[in-house]
Design a binder for this molecule. Structure first.
Ligand SMILES: C[S@+](CC[C@H](N)C(=O)[O-])C[C@H]1O[C@@H](n2cnc3c(N)ncnc32)[C@H](O)[C@@H]1O
Length: 395
């Protein structure tokens, strides 16, 4: 059931002026102002898996997927971004946004926004929506992360510094821990994550959860940790090769933008070949800039590109299991397309099932033409994180 739901040619198909969170973009001449590509990434899990949600029929529109589009529109107004397209399959709704992407599963939501969007400000509304519409009264786990900004002074409170973001998150969640990963005097990455609430992990409640799932129509083995296996890989690239960036500009302002332009970019750059069997929803902005969401069974990938020379940036993120392509293969494909001067990689993976920490660390091996400046392993409560920082040799 893969469907392209709407095809609004946002941000602008005529010479009108569109106000985004970042600036005013005049589609007739484009803007030369620098854009903050690096995204804020929020992931909130209300249950450990969709199997924990009580199902009354075979509909996939349960849990967060039952939320109507208008409710998400209102929530995204708080973030200061808009939905421009949506695709779906049996597992997830993938929204392409004016500033990045949103993925809605039955039991969790992933919201990634760039520019000067105010992502954290939407969390109270999101928690209210989940509680009122889905009876999700507690958060299972929450993750918030971002790379260091290029223009931190342009962000609004609390996004202008990590300390304020953490203080804001601490008011909303329990059991949180905050980290700065990597060099403070170089590219680094910030992470805030929460542990599951004690009362949900207690034996009483887990047997209650098992009972809830067992009483649903699904055949699940809640004890199997592999069922709860989860991983997210991100590759965040800067100082992209300007020659390669030409492909991320509209060739013809009248008919090369929107989804048609996105499909042209997919073909010409080779991005289409990253996961050839995935359903892809791509969008080329006017006069430049590209965003894409891809769906592969119950997994997603998302790519966003800011090609302007003064602030070039591209991001790749996926939760597709590594069997579909090793991290090293993905990195090589991406650097062939973007030729970044620098990039960081984060691999975030649940512990407990088929996890070999050494293998995880080694997955960030040497990359030809690049010097690895850092490789750091973190052992969190339930998750391992490997962070790698690479710079082009002889820049
Ligand atoms: C939304 S996209 C991708 C952002 C992403 N976080 C990234 O990785 O760069 C941003 C690119 O699209 C361009 N763009 C054009 N119109 C835009 C609009 N209305 N809103 C946001 N970006 C727009 C920006 O100048 C920038 O090059």
């Amino acid at each position: 059931m893969d469907t392209l739901i709407c095809k609004d040619n946002l941000p602008s198909s005529s010479t009108s002026t569109t106000t985004t969170s970042d600036r005013t973009l005049d589609s007739s001449n484009g803007s030369s102002e620098s854009f903050e590509g690096p995204e804020k990434l929020l992931e909130i899990w209300f249950e450990p898996s969709p199997n924990y949600i009580i199902k009354d029929n075979s509909s996939t529109n349960i849990g967060l997927r039952s939320i109507e589009r208008g409710i998400w529109d209102d929530m995204l107004n708080i973030v200061k971004c808009k939905i421009i397209n949506m695709i779906e399959n049996d597992h997830v709704d993938a929204y392409l946004l004016s500033e990045s992407s949103m993925f809605v599963y039955q039991h969790k939501i992933i919201l990634k926004t760039c520019g000067t969007t105010t992502l954290l400000a939407a969390i109270p509304r999101l928690l209210k929506i989940a509680s009122e519409h889905c009876q999700f009264h507690k958060v299972w786990r929450a993750f918030y992360s971002r790379k260091s900004f290029m223009f931190p002074e342009r962000q609004s409170h609390p996004h202008n510094n990590w300390k304020d973001e953490v203080a804001y998150l601490e008011q909303l969640f329990d059991n949180g821990s905050a980290y700065t990963v990597g060099r403070i005097n170089g590219d680094h990455w910030f992470l805030y994550l929460t542990s599951p609430p004690n009362d949900i992990t207690s034996e009483d409640d887990s047997s209650q959860l098992r009972h809830r799932a067992a009483s649903s129509s699904t055949d699940v083995n809640m004890e199997n940790q592999c069922d709860l296996d989860d991983q997210t890989v991100e590759v965040l690239m800067t100082e992209l090769n300007p020659k390669m960036m030409k492909k991320f500009y509209c060739e013809n302002m009248d008919n090369d933008s929107g989804t048609e332009g996105g499909a042209r970019v997919d073909r010409e750059t080779g991005l289409k070949n990253l996961y050839p069997s995935a359903k892809l929803d791509s969008f080329l902005f006017k006069p430049c800039g590209y965003s894409a969401n891809g769906l592969l069974e119950d997994s997603y990938f998302t790519i966003h590109v800011t090609p302007e020379l003064s602030c070039s940036y591209a991001s790749f993120e996926t939760n597709i299991p590594l069997a579909h392509g090793t991290i090293s293969e993905i990195i090589h494909q991406l650097i062939a397309i973007f030729e970044p001067g620098k990039f960081i990689v984060t691999v975030f993976k649940t512990q407990g099932c088929n996890v070999d920490k050494k293998h995880l660390v080694n997955s960030l091996s040497n990359v030809t033409g690049y010097v690895r400046k850092d490789r750091i392993l973190y052992d969190f409560d339930g998750y391992d994180l490997v962070f790698g920082n690479f710079e082009k040799r002889n820049k």
